[in-house]
Design a protein around this ligand. Structure first.
Ligand code: F3S
Length: 405
């Protein structure tokens, strides 16, 4: 490939991976048959990224690895109705089409593991999107580094990734011991835990002890997203849940942690307060589905919303994939949500959409959410100040237009 025998696109892709491998002293390449592509939104890729992806497609690049796409910048079907600009939509269509031509599956979701991209435990993959990376390494037990757009694209084309970092067993050893003492009762509690620990762990590997073994996947996806927002955690272990961490000893590879912390009621309260940055009480927008909502979450949202009306000055977005929405359509959840005045927004989310323009145009300045990741990024990426709370509190705010106690 490097010599150009497989065409110019494969040659360029292999040059990228060899350069990356040199930086990290990788001894060889690993084969990968599974990629999740970040940089699938034109807001993230920019004009330069769009040109590069189109150039690779024009050079007849063909994905060797099964590749799903991360969220786009707009809802590909309802962009105009929701209020996104024509310019953003047209650029997004070009980017999506270029990936499709190469063989990318146009999932446009950050929860590909909910709709059919589920790598095996121990499988080497090349995933982008911080929340999905942490979920893939820690819940599924697959092995991935934090891939960026160019390296993931190169892996899709070549079916290879440099063998370094989290692909190597020795780098998957737990480092920070987190003793969870607080009772975690809902999704924002898991987000607060991840937010607090991410700030301390930074790039290290936390090991959680004390998380209930019956924790569901929605809570784990929130934990993964939060850890990768305040910190850069790509791998964590939950004793008894992470496939390679059935005991504390196994999580630490028989060694000792470099640090041990407790997460109690004070830390829980403090993290939630830090995430709720909005002042005053007026709520302009409410958003669920960061990471993209599962069908179980859509069911719960529709149950809590049933019979209620979204306040005339509030926008309610529930972000998910088109695949999950089609199930919600069939189940009648979409109808309930739309009857109440809410919108199921597919393919995108406030962080990866041109939300700053949107907020300015529609005079939106606050957002209520149950997602620690969205609360963390909303001020900088969207110009929106967040209120942070559970589903019921957010739905109350949807109906009343104010953040209640
Ligand atoms: Fe997904 Fe967007 Fe949140 S990519 S994790 S919904 S910021």
């Amino acid at each position: 490939m490097l010599n150009g025998e497989y065409g110019p696109a494969a040659q360029k892709a292999m040059q990228i991976l060899v350069a990356l491998g040199d930086v990290y002293d990788a001894e060889k390449m690993a084969e990968v048959s599974n990629v999740h592509m970040p940089g699938s939104s034109v807001v993230v890729a920019g004009d330069a990224g769009l040109s590069f992806v189109e150039e690779m497609a024009d050079k007849k690049a063909c994905f060797k690895a099964f590749t799903t796409l991360n969220p786009a910048a707009v809802d590909l079907a309802k962009w105009s109705e929701i209020g996104f600009s024509k310019e953003a939509a047209e650029k997004q269509f070009r980017l999506t089409e270029a990936y499709r031509r190469m063989g990318g599956i146009c999932t446009h979701t950050c929860t590909p593991y909910l709709i059919g991209n589920v790598p095996r435990t121990g499988e080497n993959v090349a995933w982008g999107e911080s929340s999905a990376i942490a979920f893939s390494n820690s819940v599924l037990g697959a092995r991935t580094n934090r891939e960026g757009g160019p390296s993931a694209l190169a892996s899709s084309i070549t079916g290879r990734t440099p063998l370094y970092g989290y692909h190597l067993q020795e780098n998957r050893r737990g480092q920070v011991h987190v003793r969870v003492k607080a009772k975690l009762s809902d999704i924002p509690d898991y987000g607060a835990l991840g937010y607090h620990v991410g700030m301390i762990a930074k790039e290290a590997v936390p090991v959680f002890e004390g998380i209930p073994l019956d924790v569901n996947l929605d809570r784990l996806k929130m934990l993964s997203a939060a850890l990768a927002s305040s910190g850069a955690v790509a791998l964590y272990h939950i004793v008894g849940i992470t496939p390679e961490a059935s005991t504390l000893q196994q999580a630490f590879h028989g060694g000792k942690p470099s640090e041990a912390i407790d997460f109690g009621d004070d830390e829980l309260r403090d993290a939630k307060q830090k995430l709720s940055k909005a002042t005053g009480s007026k709520v302009d927008m409410v958003c669920f589905g960061c990471p993209h909502a599962s069908i179980g979450e859509l069911r719960e949202i529709s149950e809590v919303l049933h019979g209620r009306k979204v306040h005339s000055e509030v926008r309610l977005w529930i972000c998910t994939s088109t695949a999950v929405k089609s199930l919600a359509d069939r189940m009648g959840y979409t109808e309930i949500i739309e009857m109440s005045g809410g919108t199921i927004v597919c393919d995108t989310c406030p962080v990866l959409a041109p939300t700053k323009d949107f907020a300015k145009r529609f005079n939106v300045s606050t957002i209520a959410t149950n997602s620690a990741k969205l609360a963390h990024y909303a001020p900088g990426q969207c110009n929106l100040m967040p209120f942070y709370g559970n589903l019921k509190r957010c739905v109350e705010a949807t109906a009343k237009g104010v953040w209640g106690k």
